[in-house]
Ligand binder design. Structure first.
Ligand SMILES: [Zn+2]
Length: 177
């Protein structure tokens, strides 16, 4: 936690400490030797599983930092579908299903943390997060899975289109390797 305090400030660490789920995630992240790194940029975050690395934008909003840490922790600790490499013989449909299901699970995990923090009095999540949160409270995981399929990523592509493009690139990379 001291390292996180140096990286992201005391307020961030005190917020984290109010979510038992997120505290447990960080413990497990440390145990497995996964590093959390600050990178250039605002609301941006990703996980490099092979490098045991979680990256979060230096200038991310307080809301994004918390939700991104919970989200990326789930990818790093429980994610199974690599988007760097295809398992032999994997079809496009199977790849898309696995990736979108993993994304759904990460968002649900993130919203469980949001729930704990809201209960603990952390009440400044942004509108986007609260919209996902209320949808999840009403419609559960099934709602999140449907919404993931029609959500745009940062490149203004729908997630399924984006991952379908990645599939094509991985297929091609494999042929030329
Ligand atoms: Zn994700």
């Amino acid at each position: 936690m001291n390292l996180l305090k140096r990286q992201f400030g005391a307020k961030f660490v005190s917020d984290i400490s109010r979510s038992p789920t997120l505290v447990a995630d960080i413990k497990e992240i440390r145990k497995r030797g996964i590093k959390i790194r600050r990178i250039k940029g605002g609301d941006v975050a990703y996980t490099e599983k092979a490098n045991k690395l979680i990256c979060i934008g230096k200038n991310a909003s307080a809301s994004f930092r918390l939700t991104a840490l919970a989200h990326e922790a789930y990818h790093a600790l429980h994610g199974r579908q690599s988007i760097d490499r295809l398992q032999p013989g994997m079809t496009r449909r199977c790849f898309l299903n696995r990736v979108l299901n993993e994304e759904t699970d990460c968002i649900v995990h993130e919203l469980e943390v949001v729930h704990e923090l809201l209960e603990a009095g952390v009440r400044w999540f942004d509108r986007g997060t609260m919209s996902w949160y209320h949808g999840w409270r009403r419609g559960g995981r099934a709602y999140i899975r449907r919404r993931v399929a029609r959500t745009d990523n940062v490149f203004n592509e729908k997630f399924p289109d984006y991952y379908s493009r990645i599939y094509t690139e991985l297929k091609h990379a494999k042929k030329s390797a």
